[in-house]
Design a protein around this ligand. Structure first.
Ligand code: SAH
Ligand code: SF4
Ligand code: F3S
Length: 439
């Protein structure tokens, strides 16, 4: 008789790339007889897929690990692993500091998880935080497990060579690499064959994509145009982009590629040239604004999204005002904003901090402006007709909810099945979602 499946619980933190990685890790461990479960209590293995972008990220992981002490005491065979960006940053220190942990694996080496897991069965620990020569994607199980809904993530690029002065990603994810064109196409086709209708291409700098194909390389726009030829695939998105890598072809694609959705996450971080320079962003506020104008010239209804950091070392009130001015000029539909926090090992961590009360005050002012813009962008959809890809039942009986072309959540009273893409007339705008009816 085959062994009963072992149970794997994965908790995912951080960005969408971690969400994608968690799915791949579950598939890799599937070959070792694991199936995924929803709670740590029933698990034979717990994996934390961690993020290192926020302050005290490592401390939070240690305190989360401490909570599993009782489970491990009750089940000495329980294995506990730490994956992701904190695993990369802390490495062997995790095994030293928290004896509950059996396994530490970095974001570029998790294709080796099956061997590592096998090693644990002999009672040892396993550590791998290499940046291997081989691409993990080429060594993972080819077939993806059945996806849960009509939308899916697909990582096409990883790592970063930009070294913004505040950021840990180049250290935790390593150098920028792009997956080969043929692999991406094959994975997209497999997803569509399973019923996926919308794919979001992922990368820390996804628009720097330069995937090898035979002797040459393809940029992101060429890849998007090729994926758009897959019949049954209705929508393509990509995230996250860097302003410096927004080339002419990609701008043009926003105008002429119908399947490319009118939403662009293009972080600028600050509106002050002095601060942008100290951040090592490699662009000015003016260049960013001109770039947005060029994109809007080909796709006037595009919804702009971004990331901001306030209270970066040496940011003055005038620098902050420049950020507020940039926001007012661009007009965003959706943004993330953060108070700067020093990440050990990054260049900015050596510099004097802005007074925390001042930084908090700026963050509140910026967030108030961004919230107003977000509401305005949402309200402006009322009366318009948009595409909605239905994903699941809504809160009220008889209701379905899905995402609009512009990534707004839309509630519609109808019996459309998940995966149906319909035209919807927007009739109302609530605090966090739109309401509408089928056209
Ligand atoms: N690759 C993406 C960003 C990845 S990190 C890009 O270049 O845009 C996601 C966001 O976290 C960043 O855009 C930034 O706004 C924020 N962030 C990163 N490091 C930070 C830090 N030390 N303090 C505050 N916010 C930070
Ligand atoms: Fe971090 Fe900058 Fe690279 Fe984005 S571009 S991942 S913010 S270093
Ligand atoms: Fe976090 Fe690593 Fe993503 S630090 S944001 S999980 S790349």
């Amino acid at each position: 008789m085959p062994d009963a499946p072992k149970k794997l619980f994965i908790k995912t933190y951080g960005c969408q790339m971690n969400v994608y990685d968690s799915e791949r890790m579950a598939e890799a461990l599937g070959g070792n007889g694991y199936e995924q479960v929803g709670t740590p209590e029933e698990a034979d293995m717990i994996l934390l897929n961690t993020c290192h972008i926020r302050e005290k990220a490592a401390e939070k992981v240690y305190s989360e690990l401490g909570r599993y002490k009782g489970l491990k005491a009750a089940n000495p065979d329980l294995k506990i692993g730490v994956a992701g960006c904190v695993a990369q940053a802390e490495g062997a220190e995790i095994l030293r500091r928290q004896p509950l942990v059996d396994l530490v694996v970095g974001p570029q080496s998790y294709h080796r998880l099956p061997e590592m897991e096998a090693k644990l069965r002999d009672g040892g620990t396993a550590l791998d935080t290499d940046f291997p020569e081989e691409l993990k994607f080429d060594h993972l199980p080819g077939a993806r497990k059945a996806t849960r809904g009509p939308t899916a993530f697909l990582t096409v690029q990883e790592g970063c060579d930009k070294f913004c002065a505040f950021c840990v990603v180049p250290y935790t994810r390593g150098a920028e690499v792009s997956r080969p064109v043929s692999r991406v196409i094959a994975e997209a086709e497999a997803l569509v064959a399973q019923g996926v209708r919308e794919i979001t291409l992922l990368g820390q700098n996804v628009n720097a994509y330069h995937g090898p194909d035979g002797s040459g390389t393809w940029g992101l726009a060429r890849l998007i145009r090729r994926l758009a030829e897959i019949s049954g695939l209705d929508r393509i998105r990509f995230t996250t982009s860097h302003p410096r890598d927004m080339d002419d072809d990609l701008i043009a694609a926003h105008g002429d590629c119908e399947k490319l959705m009118p939403y662009l996450h293009l972080p600028v971080q600050s509106g002050s040239d002095r601060i942008l320079k100290r951040m090592n962003r490699g662009h000015t506020a003016e260049a960013y604004i001109r770039l947005v104008e060029r994109i809007r010239a080909v796709r006037p209804d595009i919804l702009m999204s971004g990331d901001f950091i306030v209270g970066f070392p040496e940011e003055t009130e005038a620098d902050f005002q420049a950020t507020m001015d940039l926001v007012a000029e661009v007009g965003y539909g959706q943004c993330y904003s953060f108070k700067y926090s020093a990440r050990p090992g990054t260049p900015a961590a050596e510099r004097p901090l802005v007074d925390p009360a001042e930084a908090n005050d700026r963050l509140h002012r910026l967030q108030a402006l961004l919230a107003r813009q977000q509401q305005q962008a949402q309200d402006a959809m009322v009366g318009k007709e948009v595409g909605v890809l239905f994903e699941k039942p809504g809160r009220l009986p008889g209701q379905m909810v899905g995402k609009s072309d512009h990534l707004h959540a839309v509630h519609v009273t109808c019996d459309a099945a998940p995966g149906v893409l319909a035209r919807v007339k927007i009739t109302e705008s609530g605090p966090n979602s739109l309401g509408g009816m089928l056209v």
